[in-house]
Design a protein around this ligand. Structure first.
Ligand code: PLP
Length: 367
């Protein structure tokens, strides 16, 4: 079948290129250590599972805006954890995992041909996908405030960053918010790794020091996939500018983009509990330290990586050479060029593997 006009707009799905290296790593006598995809492997917290089970009898349709309990849980968490002030339910929009929002936001905002969507030069590929699905022009940039604002409708930030783990400080965020407001460009900050700071405590774009206590022109995107091991549930939300989120709500109602009722209940439980986040951070912190030491001992240099679930590592060689060499050790990592050409001499090493697999990677790297 010939490619449709829509799929023809999109980049080649990059993970297919990694398949031969995955097969090579899987052939290792002691099995593959897959550090390529940042997918959680630890259990879903009991408090969340219980809430999901308790809400299993949900015969009716959920709403796109979510239950009042869910909106309360989101505003409460934003105030407690992000330092946001004066949030109301109108500042909240639940989404079905944040990836769908990233991919469809430009389309749902009516951004189209002749308009532009900016996102970090080294980035999660779905920002570009979203621009292309809307037939807008994708604009990768390291510094959005240096762009010509003409036709620019949306600027994505991602702090902490996937893939580099880099964090934008409050000063950089404040400057970008001010610039975006001055030029009438919507600023959306993907903050799904905000609770995974290691060498710094990441600040939200919704903090009053950054947005001045007003959400005009500013939206933050959060997800429970990483902080609560809920990637399988599809639990996320957008928070910020009420007029933008109100418009999205109308469109998403027509589109049936509802978070399932049991997942809404599970999200309430997850946002209300800090203990499991602290426990999960401890697990990741230990794995990160072990992998970082092993990579450095085997000749890698680590850049950024002060937050998130990744080590951004280089041996100053083309990334596919590194991927190939590590696959011979049975260790699979993601090539940096998946995230932009600026990553072509880096690999992204996820520490979302079990303690046993991480120890095995450390043993092989340092043998
Ligand atoms: C930067 C970034 N944004 C969004 C997502 C999507 O997360 P989810 O759809 O599970 O909420 C990911 C997942 O890896 C990510 O790295």
């Amino acid at each position: 079948m010939p490619p449709s006009p829509v799929s023809g707009l999109l980049p080649v799905f990059p993970w297919d290129k990694l398949e031969p290296y995955k097969a090579a790593a899987a052939a290792h006598a002691d099995g593959i250590v897959d550090l390529s995809v940042g997918t959680p492997v630890d259990p879903v917290p009991d408090v969340v599972r219980q809430a999901l089970a308790d809400a299993a009898n949900s015969p009716g349709y959920p709403t796109v805006w979510g239950t009042a309990e869910l909106r309360d849980a989101i505003t409460g968490w934003c105030e407690r954890r992000l330092g946001a002030v004066g949030m109301t339910h109108r500042n909240v929009l639940p989404v079905v995992g944040s990836k769908e929002l990233v991919a469809w936001l430009p389309t749902q905002l009516g951004i189209g041909p002749g308009e532009r969507v900016a996102y970090p030069r080294l980035a999660y590929p779905t920002y570009e996908v979203g621009a292309r699905l809307a037939r807008a022009e994708p604009v990768p940039t390291d510094e959005p405030t240096e762009l010509d604002p003409e036709g620019l409708r949306l600027v994505w930030l991602n702090s902490p960053s996937n893939p580099t783990g880099k964090v934008l400080d409050a000063g950089e965020l404040t400057r970008t918010v001010a610039w975006a407001r001055e030029h009438g460009v919507l600023l959306v900050s993907d903050e799904c790794y905000l609770e995974l700071g290691w060498e710094t405590d990441p600040v939200s774009v919704l903090h009053p020091d950054v947005c001045g206590g007003s959400y005009e022109g500013v939206v933050a995107v959060h997800s429970l996939s990483k902080r609560s091991n809920l990637a399988g549930y599809r639990a996320a939300f957008a928070v910020g500018d009420a007029s933008v989120l109100g418009e999205l709500l109308q469109i998403r109602k027509h589109g049936g983009m509802m978070v399932p009722a049991p997942v809404q209940a599970a999200t309430v439980a997850g946002l209300g509990d800090d203990a499991h986040v602290a426990q999960q951070r401890e697990r990741y912190g230990a794995r990160r330290a072990a992998l970082r030491a092993a990579l450095e001992a085997s000749g890698f240099r680590i850049e950024h990586s002060e937050a998130s679930l990744y080590l951004w590592a280089t041996r100053d060689e083309p990334c596919w050479d590194t991927v190939g060499e590590l696959s011979k050790l049975g260790v699979l990592v993601a090539p940096g060029d998946f995230y932009g050409t600026a990553g072509e001499r880096f690999v992204r090493v996820a520490f979302t593997a079990t303690d046993e697999r991480v120890s095995e990677a450390v043993r092989r790297l340092t043998a």
